[in-house]
Design a protein around this ligand. Sequence first.
Ligand SMILES: NC(=O)c1ccc[n+]([C@@H]2O[C@H](COP(=O)([O-])OP(=O)(O)OC[C@H]3O[C@@H](n4cnc5c(N)ncnc54)[C@H](O)[C@@H]3O)[C@@H](O)[C@H]2O)c1
Length: 228
Amino acid sequence: MATAFVTGALGGIGSSICRTLSRDGLTVVGLDLEAASRGVYDVHHLDVGGADAGERFADMLERREDAAVLVNCAALYRPSDVLGLDAVSFDRTFAVNVRGPFLLSQAFARCLRRRSRPGVVINVGSLAGRNGSVNVDYGASKGAVDALTKSLAKALAGQGIRVNAVAPGLIDTPMALLTPEESRRATDASPAGRRGTPDEVAEVVAFLASGRSGYVNGQSLAVCGGIA
Ligand SMILES: NC(=O)c1ccc[n+]([C@@H]2O[C@H](COP(=O)([O-])OP(=O)(O)OC[C@H]3O[C@@H](n4cnc5c(N)ncnc54)[C@H](O)[C@@H]3O)[C@@H](O)[C@H]2O)c1
């Protein structure tokens, strides 16, 4: 048995990733801002935006000898006005969306190196990281997630850890409902003519978590119905 840690586990896409990885035979440990029980997996409290997120995650890893997969799915998305966005809000978005995935990936890599075991990291980015967003903190942070993915892939390949990302387009979750006008425009612009479902993202994450993608490394796969 192998254990997968999934941040943002109570969200629309994160909960679907947890169910899909459980279905595929992994033991799933969810992480989010609240603890919860979901039957086949539990969700534990971890604020990935905290400066101590790496240490706290390292403690959790110690209790899971078979840790093999990390999915960084948690993110902060708030509609923001570029002229009014302040430094504190900008930094918080980067702390959750970029520094958190880095600190957790670092703790994961340190632990697996000590154990001489391979592993997989999957970051959930966004098409906004490629195309930009009027919510500039979010768009910039997701661009950084793509660069973080490529950089970690290069830095960790030597110790047998693959690092990839998925870049969802518009997916039907509470996050997507935050900006109805943007959401409607994006739906209209999609060649698929609809939003994606969380399960359609989760299946790509499951592929990247599996040995079926063993030679895929440092990539960001768009799950966007053809918008990209
Ligand atoms: N929904 C979309 O259209 C869409 C599009 C592109 C990318 N994404 C990405 O997909 C991922 C999941 O988004 P979603 O649509 O499921 O959103 P969601 O709001 O349903 O879920 C996000 C989850 O992250 C958790 N979270 C937020 N801050 C956290 C923190 N500091 N520590 C731990 N957990 C925290 C929230 O509690 C929530 O459960 C995000 O990375 C998001 O950027 C979503």
